[in-house]
Write a protein that binds this ligand. Structure first.
Ligand code: HEC
Ligand code: HEC
Length: 216
C-alpha cells in the first residue's frame, strides 16, 4: 500500500530526528531517551505533535507533565478505543508495547510513582463496580465469565508499567466486546486506577481462591 509505505518513510525520518535529539540531551536518563524514541516508533507522534503543529490529539507538551504512573496508566487506557478505531480505519496494526517499553514511555512522559496516592481499597471497590469490570470478569467467582478472574494473582498488578502494557495489548479486544454487548468502555480519572489496582492487589493476595472457595 503506497500510503502505508509513505507513512513508514515518514515515521523512519521522524525517528531519525528523535535519535539525533537523543545525543543532544545528555543530561536526561537513558530510559527517558529510549521513551522519546518509542514515542515515535509506536506512532504516538502522529497525533501528538509539538505545540503549534496540527495533530489529532493534545500537544506533546501537554502529555509530558508531572503525573502519577497509575494516573498515566488510566489516561492511556482511556484513549485505546479512539486510537484503535483510527488505526483500524487505515488498516494499520495496533502497536504492541512491552512492559519495559512502557516504563521508558512513562519516564519520557514525566510520570513518577511518588505522585500516585496510597491506594484506597474501599474506593477501589467502588471503582471496580462503577467501571463495569464485573460485567465481563469475575472477582472470586462472582460476576461475568470472561477470563481471568480478577482475584487471581498477577505480576502486572505490582507495577504500573506492566499493568499499562497489559491493558495496552488487551484493551482493543475489551473495547470491541463492550461495543458488541452495548455498554460503554470504562474510562478512568484521577486516583481511580491507583485505587482499583490497590483493591485487585489485595484481593489477589487473599488465600480464598480456587473453585471451592466461597465468594465473599
Ligand atoms: C490516532 C491518534 C492518536 C495516536 C496514534 C495516539 N494518541 Fe494519544 N490521544 C489522542 C487523542 C485524540 C487524545 C485525547 C482524547 C482521548 O484521551 O481519548 C489522546 C490523549 C492521550 C493522552 C491523555 C492526555 C490527557 O491529558 O489526559 C495520553 C497520555 C496519550 N494520548 C498518550 C499517547 C501515547 C503514549 C501514544 C502512543 C503509544 C498515543 N497517545 C497515540 C490521539 C492519539
Ligand atoms: C466488555 C467486557 C470487558 C470489560 C468491561 C472488561 N474486560 Fe477485561 N477482558 C475482557 C476480555 C475479552 C479479555 C481477554 C482479552 C484478550 O486476552 O485479548 C480481558 C482481559 C483482561 C485481563 C487479562 C489481560 C491479560 O493480558 O492477561 C485483565 C487483567 C482485565 N481484563 C482486567 C479488566 C479490568 C480491571 C476491567 C475493568 C476496569 C475490565 N477488565 C473490564 C473483557 C472485558
Amino acid at each position: 500500500m503506497a500510503l502505508g509505505r509513505a507513512l513508514a518513510v515518514l515515521l523512519v525520518s521522524t525517528g531519525a530526528c528523535a535519535m539525533a535529539l537523543v545525543t543532544e540531551a545528555s543530561a536526561a536518563s537513558g530510559d527517558q531517551e529510549a521513551g522519546r524514541a518509542l514515542f515515535v516508533d509506536k506512532q504516538c507522534v502522529r497525533c501528538h505533535r509539538p505545540r503549534g503543529e496540527a495533530g489529532a490529539g493534545p500537544a506533546l507538551e501537554e502529555l509530558r507533565r508531572p503525573q502519577g504512573e497509575m494516573e498515566l496508566a488510566g489516561r492511556l487506557w482511556n484513549h485505546v478505543p479512539d486510537m484503535a478505531a483510527t488505526l483500524e480505519q487505515e488498516g494499520s496494526a495496533w502497536p504492541p508495547i512491552s512492559a519495559a517499553e512502557m516504563a521508558d514511555l512513562m519516564k519520557y512522559l514525566l510520570a513518577d510513582r511518588s505522585r500516585d496516592p496510597e491506594p484506597d481499597i474501599a474506593k477501589g471497590q467502588v471503582t471496580l463496580l462503577k467501571k463495569d469490570c464485573l460485567k465481563c470478569h469475575s472477582l472470586r467467582h462472582e460476576g461475568g465469565s470472561v477470563r481471568p478472574d480478577l482475584a487471581e494473582p498477577r505480576a502486572d498488578y505490582e507495577s504500573a508499567a506492566a499493568w499499562a502494557a497489559t491493558m495496552w495489548t488487551h484493551a482493543p479486544r475489551m473495547a470491541t466486546m463492550a461495543r458488541q454487548r452495548g455498554f460503554s468502555y470504562p474510562r478512568f480519572s484521577g486516583d481511580e486506577m491507583a485505587n482499583l489496582i490497590g483493591l485487585l492487589r489485595s484481593a489477589s493476595a487473599s488465600p480464598t481462591r480456587g473453585p471451592a472457595a466461597a465468594p465473599r
